[in-house]
Design a protein around this ligand. Structure first.
Ligand code: NAD
Length: 429
């Protein structure tokens, strides 16, 4: 039994949905399968560093508000810390800690030389002006100046952030240290050293993993009925690429509600519509409105939750009709719901595999930046696809070898590699 670290500032959420307890349960299951010693499990269940900073910001109306910004560095056993920055009202230190741990296993699973980290601020970015968001991002970066860096900890976009915030972070860091440091963040705009292919990378990775899993079942993407929750960086890109591959995207949702069209939505038209409707798909002509709850239980071949965690729970899992679920979001299925889906024979493509395309291209961006060489998009996509397909086959092989589900197979690979490195490096007194 691993001891859950005491995280300051907030009470635990109810046990069944506490993201950090859930992350520790998966670690524990992997540790048991790998017969890891108790000491290694204890080390791996604790984040190495937890930072919370105050971010005073002057709003456009002159009022001053103080926000809390977190950065949790789970492990740097395999390389510099790596992980996104989330702006969302539901951000908590426990959630950030769970996501940081997930990043450690994800990077190890994909064979890229990074550790895991995550950051976040509990704000709804839609409620702030661009100027306010810039001041928040710059002050947050400045407060973290000693904790990040191209060989220390490299942030990237996550929910509520994008290339724009990464450019502000890169600029703030560079001004503070006195010279340009593009390698401090990934997911940057191309103009400051970003990589071609990064914007679509997580969605592309989701498409690749779904394609491979369907191929193993003797099916192809063409004509598959797909439902996607979330239409942002990840869900939007996955929808576009799956649509291009001939799949029918029959329903899509955003935070404000969803749309349903049983013969398949026109995804390029929906993207254009959302772009001019504050990123919402509600009211898209011809399609019927659908709530987020009903969207998850629609009859379909593949369900892709690409928004928040804990969307498929004990309460709704029995109504879920998809035979395949690709976790584009981090942690969208609770532990209990996952067990029920497994018993029903539903294929669950776990988050640390399905949504790893983003961190893979972040790594490729970092490598290009450090070597002052820039690749064309075809090369970036090709390198990413190779790593994704390789990881997929390793997970399938591990699942057969150990007779475990795909999530436990992915975890045993990720956790096993980090534990091996921990054992080889040894414990500094
Ligand atoms: P985003 O902010 O770009 O998009 C999130 C989408 O989810 C938006 O369309 C939003 O309207 C929608 N949404 C929010 N709350 C919702 C709700 N209650 N019901 C339905 N839809 C809702 O975020 P993103 O970057 O696309 O991230 C989505 C998920 O993917 C997160 O779990 C994130 O951790 C994970 N992820 C992102 C990346 C990346 O490269 N951006 C990489 C790996 C994993």
């Amino acid at each position: 039994m691993v001891t859950t670290p005491v995280l300051p500032l907030e009470a635990a959420s109810p046990a069944h949905i506490c993201p950090f307890d859930q992350a520790c349960s998966y670690l524990e299951a992997a540790g048991k399968e790998l017969k890891l010693d108790q000491g290694s499990l204890e080390i791996l269940s604790h984040p190495r560093k937890v930072v919370t900073v105050s971010i005073p910001v002057k709003l456009d109306n002159g009022e001053v508000r103080v926000l809390a910004g977190h950065r949790v560095q789970h492990s740097d056993i395999l390389g510099p810390y790596k992980g996104g920055i989330r702006y969302h009202p539901a951000v908590t230190l426990r959630e950030v800690s769970a996501l940081a741990m997930l990043m450690t296993w994800k990077c190890a699973l994909l064979g890229i030389p990074y550790g895991g980290a995550k950051g976040g601020i509990a704000i709804d970015p839609q409620l702030y002006s661009v100027g306010e968001l810039e001041r928040i991002t710059r002050r947050y970066t400045s407060e973290l100046i000693k904790d990040i860096g191209p060989s220390v900890d490299i942030p990237a976009p996550d929910m509520g952030t994008s290339a724009r915030e990464m450019a502000w972070m890169m600029d703030t860091y560079s001004v503070n240290v006195g010279h340009a440091v593009p390698g401090v963040v990934t997911g940057k705009p191309l103009s400051v050293g970003g990589s071609l292919g990064r914007e679509m990378a997580t969605g592309r990775g989701v498409m690749i993993i779904v394609r491979e899993a369907l191929a193993d079942q003797g099916k192809s993407l063409a004509g598959m009925r797909i439902v996607i929750q979330g239409f942002g960086n990840v869900g939007g890109a996955a929808a576009e690429l799956l649509y291009k591959a001939g799949a029918k995207i029959i329903a899509v949702s955003t935070a404000t509600g969803g749309v349903y069209y049983p013969t398949g939505l026109d995804i390029p038209a929906l993207k254009t519509y959302a772009a001019v409707n504050r990123k919402s798909v509600v009211g898209f002509p011809q399609a019927a409105p659908i709530s987020n709850a009903d969207l998850l239980t629609l009859p379909c071949d593949v369900l892709i939750p690409a928004a928040l965690e804990n969307q498929i729970t004990e309460e709704n899992v029995n109504q879920v009709q998809a035979q395949m679920i690709a976790e584009a979001a981090n942690g969208p299925i609770t532990l209990e719901a996952n067990q029920i889906l497994e018993a029903r024979g539903v294929t669950v493509l776990p988050d640390i595999l399905a949504n790893a395309g983003g961190v893979v291209v972040s790594y490729l961006e970092w490598v290009q930046g450090l070597s002052y060489l820039f690749w064309n998009e075809q090369r970036v996509n090709h390198e990413m696809e190779q790593l994704m397909v390789q990881a997929y086959h390793q997970v399938i092989q591990q699942s057969k070898l150990r007779q475990v589900n795909l999530r436990l197979a992915a975890y045993t690979l990720g956790v096993g590699r980090v534990a091996q490195a921990l054992s080889d490096r040894g414990l500094y007194p």
